[in-house]
Design a protein around this ligand. Structure first.
Ligand SMILES: Nc1ncnc2c1ncn2[C@@H]1O[C@H](COP(=O)(O)OP(=O)(O)O)[C@@H](O)[C@H]1O
Ligand SMILES: [Mg+2]
Length: 392
């Protein structure tokens, strides 16, 4: 098929040609937004899941919906290294300047002044151009939870004054420090007590509920953590067939079944399979033989584009830890079992495990459990490091 017309979009955060299997969450989010605009803010949604399941795409969809409903949107990808507070200040500045353009308002000016005060407490804050006088005594205590509360309350009031609201969408929430996450939770708790039209959504890896609970014990009453993952067989099949149908191309039943099975229903994998099957096929319908022919190419692409990027940043010892996990299967695994597989004591590999968690390679969905953050990573590792245990 014509590669120029190829509808599939393997990538990070790239909107899929058909967004399947997320209607429930999208509807729930719409209700949250409309309730917030009526000054009845509810629980924040924090979809959690492995890499490549569509969290960023979903957050972007949420942002789009909120924009349509008249909310100002601050979208932040929490940095793995770098200063979250500065990013937040920069995004809120944009929001407030946008509100300011809609006509002068007292609450907007006040929020800008508080943002100025806050920004001056940041390492490079003086470079953030905010052309108002700081409002001393607000958002400058140095206690992050207090300062974020001052800032979000003032921004929420500013948005409310313009009959709008604020959506704070944060991707990769697991990269926030405990202090940052705790501060955000406190701030949103405050805005919801004041019935301000502020909505927080986030997305992150499956350890998020645990991190939030550690940061603030009441987090579970403020957040819903719906798990998103692979699509059902029907949705996965539709994710492949619908975009093609729109271009008057079909897949044979066998081709669809093979792709769904090979991709295990995972959104990123589906896009990669669809993309290569499309480019390979000469005519419609795209057949099982087409899918079979592209298998080596798809696996190679997945290895290079999806798995290797993460694997390459690891030390040999870290790779060895992961390889031991892979030996045990897809997981999650008990930390003790992994240590056994490596023939070492649990305590001696604890630093390696922590480093891998920080690098986002593994996570701890429940106490003592260790899981890969990427679907099918165990299969990849067995491919990439076939020699085991001789690699020790
Ligand atoms: N619901 C879905 N249906 C079909 N494809 C999807 C869906 N969600 C995401 N995708 C595709 O999956 C890939 C990964 O999405 P992304 O949002 O980056 O995942 P994550 O943020 O969880 O790592 C992208 O290529 C995207 O187009
Ligand atoms: Mg993402």
């Amino acid at each position: 098929m014509d590669p120029l017309e190829n509808p599939y979009r393997p990538g990070a955060g790239t909107p899929p040609p058909a967004l399947l299997g997320r209607d429930g969450l999208i509807n729930a989010f719409g209700v949250t937004v409309r309730r917030a605009l009526q000054r009845r803010p509810g629980k924040s949604l924090m979809p959690i899941g492995l890499r490549g399941v569509g969290k960023t795409v979903l957050l972007n969809r949420f942002a789009e919906i909120a924009g349509h409903e008249g909310l100002e949107v601050a979208f932040i990808e929490a940095p793995e290294t770098g200063d979250f507070r500065t990013l937040l200040a920069v995004r809120l500045r944009k929001v407030l300047l946008e509100l300011d353009r809609k006509g002068p308002a007292k609450a907007v000016l006040r929020a800008l002044r508080i943002l100025k005060t806050f920004s001056l407490t940041l390492p490079d804050g003086s470079t953030i151009a905010i052309d108002v006088d700081a409002l001393a005594g607000h958002a400058d205590s140095g206690v992050l939870s207090e300062d974020l509360s001052d800032l979000l309350v003032a921004t929420g009031e500013a948005a409310a004054e313009k009959a709008g609201g604020l959506l704070l969408a944060i991707d990769e929430v697991q990269y926030l420090s405990g202090e940052e996450l705790g501060g955000l939770i406190t701030a949103v708790h405050r805005t919801s007590q004041l019935n301000l039209p502020v909505v927080l959504v986030g997305a992150g890896l499956p350890q998020l509920p645990g991190l939030a609970g550690e940061a603030k014990s009441y987090a579970e009453r403020l957040f819903d953590f719906p798990e998103i993952g692979s699509l059902t067989a029907n949705d996965a099949s539709a994710a492949i067939s619908i975009p093609a149908q729109q271009l008057e191309v079909t897949f044979s039943d066998e081709a669809l079944e093979m792709i769904v099975t090979e991709a295990h229903g995972y959104p990123y994998f589906l896009q990669e399979w669809g993309y290569h099957a499309w480019n390979h096929a000469n005519a419609t319908p795209i057949t099982g033989d087409d899918v079979r022919s592209v298998k080596p190419l798809v696996i190679d692409q997945l290895d290079r584009n999806f798995f290797l990027v993460r694997f390459d940043r690891l030390t040999p010892k870290e790779k060895e830890y992961l390889r031991a996990m892979a030996e045990l299967g897809p997981g999650p695994h008990r930390s003790g079992d992994i240590a056994n597989c490596l023939n070492v004591r649990v305590e001696s590999v604890a630093p390696r495990r922590s480093a891998l968690i920080i690098k986002g390679m593994i996570c701890s969905p429940a106490h003592g459990d260790t899981a890969f953050t990427v679907p099918l990573f165990d299969e990849y590792l067995r491919r990439a490091m076939p020699a085991w245990p001789s690699s020790q």
